[in-house]
Design a protein around this ligand. Structure first.
Ligand SMILES: CC(C)(COP(=O)(O)OP(=O)(O)OC[C@H]1O[C@@H](n2cnc3c(N)ncnc32)[C@H](O)[C@@H]1OP(=O)(O)O)[C@@H](O)C(=O)NCCC(=O)NCCS
Length: 329
């Protein structure tokens, strides 16, 4: 089986990869933190490839740009994932390639393969205490924390360590969404959404649908995406099949001296939990960008209030027309 992403090919390991494998796996920053010993020679890497990597559902992460393997990713059965419809996700990447989002990119495709083609129901993923980069990868992928064990086995190193366990179920995966920075041409979707009476019914007090003709796109794009001045943030929400399903945004309101959130899910995609997930994503981006409190003023009759309350927003005050919601993030 060969899988493909924008920048990567995921294909089975071969003995001929030993040299490239050794180049990265000899680095002590990779194996030990993940629970396996540093490779000691090309021959040792060849042995590991034969014994551990040339197995079903383990893939060499090959960079399209060079055609060479730079890491490994796979689905395994073990004591965490012993049932037939479960697997544990494991991965490592050569140090020179860290920080480019390559493992999350590979993992998203492998998760798609696991849930859609292998019909698995649950994917586990763990990391040992202190492995913050791997923890971050799992957070970004949408895994949910389950439990921590003081003495998780590290079989290949004959020891135990504190380990944290995360899980993604097929149900979680189905409603998983990612943030996407639209290109100028992608603004057709915003135009469609703004023109849809059902999507925009929440805005009825202010006129409902909003025209967003092509002539306005350039200025809008410049304001929200190009020259955001760290005061504005705008992304599309994209589902697993790459469809645009809505938008999230925040902006600084200088009159009131606060940051205002915005989440819109296109009407055909409502009622699936996308709004709440979008709101969580927005809060986590805002937090990362140094924002402490997010607000939203929402019409008193807007049913989306429940969604905000379910995700930690509280009512600050209300008028006859709006409720001011607030969350410390
Ligand atoms: C964990 C690992 C696979 C991450 O792969 P990656 O493709 O670099 O993942 P990302 O680019 O998404 O980076 C993840 C986080 O690492 C940190 N990071 C980013 N660039 C980095 C760099 N150049 N150097 C060190 N850390 C970096 C950041 O916190 C980043 O999160 P962010 O995107 O929110 O900023 C890689 O670090 C690795 O191989 N580690 C050793 C093996 C291992 O731990 N495997 C998992 C066992 S559970």
């Amino acid at each position: 089986m060969v899988l493909e992403t924008e920048r990567l090919i995921l294909r089975p390991w071969e003995e001929a990869d030993a040299e490239e494998c050794y180049k990265y796996a000899k680095d002590p920053q990779i194996g030990p933190i993940a629970g396996w010993p540093v490779h000691t020679s090309v021959e040792n890497s060849r042995q590991v490839i034969r014994d551990f990597l040339m197995v079903p559902e383990t893939y060499a992460i090959v960079l399209k740009e060079t055609g060479l393997p730079i890491g490994s990713i796979g689905l395994h059965h073990n004591d965490l994932a012993e049932k037939d419809d479960e697997a544990e996700l494991g991965y490592w990447l050569g140090v020179p390639y860290w920080g480019r989002g390559l493992v999350p990119e590979a993992a998203r495709e492998l998760l798609r393969h696991a849930f859609e083609e292998l019909k698995l129901a649950r994917i586990w993923c763990g990391y040992y205490e202190g492995n913050d980069k791997s923890k971050r990868v799992q957070e970004k992928l949408g895994f949910k924390y389950q439990w921590t064990t003081e003495d998780a086995p590290v079989p290949q190193m004959s020891e135990t360590r504190k380990g944290h366990v995360n899980l993604m179920t097929r149900e979680d995966w189905k409603i998983l969404i990612t943030l996407y920075e639209p290109s100028l041409e992608d603004l057709w979707f915003r135009q469609v959404m703004m023109a849809d009476p059902e999507t925009m019914s929440y805005n009825h007090a202010w006129g409902g649908t909003i025209p967003f003709p092509k002539e306005e796109w350039h200025d809008w794009y410049d304001f929200w995406i190009v020259n955001h001045e760290n005061r504005r943030y705008y992304r599309y929400l994209k589902d697993n099949s790459g469809r645009f399903i809505g938008e999230i945004a925040y902006h600084y309101d200088s009159n009131r001296n606060l940051y205002v959130a915005d989440v819109i899910v296109h009407s055909p995609y409502r009622g699936k939990g996308y709004g709440g997930t979008g709101l969580e994503l927005l809060c986590s981006v805002a937090k990362k960008n140094g924002i402490k409190v997010l607000y939203d003023d929402i019409a008193t009759d807007n049913p989306a209030i429940t969604m905000f309350l379910n995700h930690g927003f509280i009512e600050e005050y209300r008028t006859s027309e709006i409720i001011m919601l607030k969350k410390e993030i």
